[in-house]
Design a protein around this ligand. Structure first.
Ligand code: DSN
Length: 425
């Protein structure tokens, strides 16, 4: 009816108390917090982002449409959100020593899609690590746009050392003359020789793209070498070791800045998620602190300690160990599949994932291995003594079929109580 007003102004108390307004979803949020706190979170691509990052994510920046880039938006009223994006871009450029940064990709896959958009045309040949040997879906898997629309050629690891076979990469590059070469993986525990990739790319005139999603946080903290001086473009997610919000980001050389920005918007995405852009800026601020450098070094130390503990319990670490935050474990010597191990560990409140090992005889949904990472437990403040304990707990869970899982779960609960995630409240 004309002239009528809503009975209660937005936002009255009914809309600010989530538990009162929507107890079902409030329960989900509280239960997930409780799940994260009450077990060991060892998925190598996860972490606990800070309350400051969560505050930015939960802010009213979520309300704003801002297609375009700072100072060049389609909509009005962007002068405030512009500031968040400018600050974030400056922080990213400074932290990584990059010419250009784009903070708008909604996810790692969106960032990767934009890389294809910037540098390739459908049908172009792209040389990347195979998914089965540690690569990623967006690196040319037949079930992804990257395998459907492009012509992927895949390299793998040396069967003996289980490290990237750079001779094979060079041979494949010479034979197939790819438009783009991808360095980066989701289940490769070793450092990548970016200079070797650069020289191969230069030899065949290819674009060098580093997908640094897994290890960019270690680069930010100065714990491992940076791909930025070598790559034309670096893509990554912001929520793994980097400990930011769920999302993606791109860094590139000045000469590619326009192409990358255009590929993100308007080619692949619409309006950026400005609350996520602001949260990425907060994470970059945190990552530039000395405390984050200490954290990154701790992540690497802890992963090495976890690898040596698992080895001491009779498991085989692929490539013999790790240089990064992740450990890929072959369970063949234990006689348990990755799937069984994941289920048993789940029952013991140890969250990790089954993972194929190089040349795995089992299908991916069964897999011969597990993948574990030290990012989240290091955020909780755990160190090498705790990694030794965790190796023992994983060993007992993986080998157990029943009763002992309850005891392991109790020990996990005691351990995480001493290192609470999101303490207080
Ligand atoms: N799903 C991520 C991982 O776990 O490695 C990669 O996208």
């Amino acid at each position: 009816m004309r002239g009528e007003r809503l009975a209660a102004p937005f936002w009255g108390p009914d809309f600010t108390d989530l538990a009162a307004l929507d107890p079902e979803i409030a329960d989900v949020i509280v239960d997930e917090l409780q799940r994260q706190r009450s077990g060991l979170q060892l998925i190598a691509s996860e972490n606990f982002t800070s309350p400051a990052v969560l505050a930015a994510l939960g802010s009213t920046l979520s309300n704003k449409y801002a297609e375009g880039y700072p100072g060049r938006r389609y909509y009005g009223g962007c002068e405030v959100v512009d500031r968040a994006e400018v600050i974030g871009i400056d922080r990213a450029r400074q932290l990584f020593g990059a010419d250009h940064a784009n903070l708008q990709p909604h996810s790692g896959a969106s960032a990767n899609l934009a890389v294809y958009g910037a540098f390739t045309k459908p049908g172009d040949t792209v040389l990347a690590m195979s998914l089965a040997q540690g690569g990623h879906l967006t690196h040319g898997s037949h079930v992804s746009f990257s395998g459907m629309w492009f012509s992927p050629v895949h390299y793998g690891v040396d069967p003996v050392t289980e490290r990237i076979d750079y001779d094979q990469v060079r041979d494949l590059a010479r034979t197939h003359r790819p438009r783009m070469i991808v360095a980066g993986a989701t289940a490769y525990p070793r450092l990548i020789d970016f200079a070797a990739f650069r020289s191969i790319a230069d030899e065949v005139g290819a674009v060098l793209w580093v997908d640094a999603a897994h290890f960019i946080g270690l680069v930010a903290g100065g714990a491992i070498p940076s791909p930025v001086p070598h790559a034309d473009v670096v893509s990554f997610t912001t929520h793994k070791v980097l400990r930011g919000p769920r999302g993606g980001m791109l860094l590139c050389r000045a000469e590619h800045a326009k192409a990358i920005d255009k590929a993100v918007f308007p080619m692949m995405q619409g309006g950026p998620l400005m609350h996520a852009v602001a949260a990425k800026a907060v994470a970059l601020h945190e990552a530039a602190t000395p405390a984050f450098g200490a954290y990154a070094a701790g992540v690497v130390r802890n992963a090495a300690a976890l690898a040596s503990s698992l080895t001491s319990h009779g498991m085989r670490c692929v490539s013999g160990g790790t240089d990064t935050h992740l450990v890929l474990v072959d369970l063949t010597p234990v006689g348990v599949t990755g799937k069984q191990a994941e289920q048993r560990c789940d029952a013991a409140r140890i969250t990790l994932n089954k993972n194929p090992i190089p040349n795995d005889p089992l299908p991916p949904m069964t897999a011969s291995g597990i993948r574990v990472g030290s990012a989240a437990v290091t955020t909780q403040g755990m160190g090498e003594p705790e990694m030794a304990m965790i190796g023992g707990l994983i060993d007992r869970a993986v080998r157990s079929e029943g009763a002992d899982l309850v005891t392991v779960a109790d020990e996990v609960a005691t351990l995480v109580r001493a290192f609470p995630a999101y303490p207080g409240g």
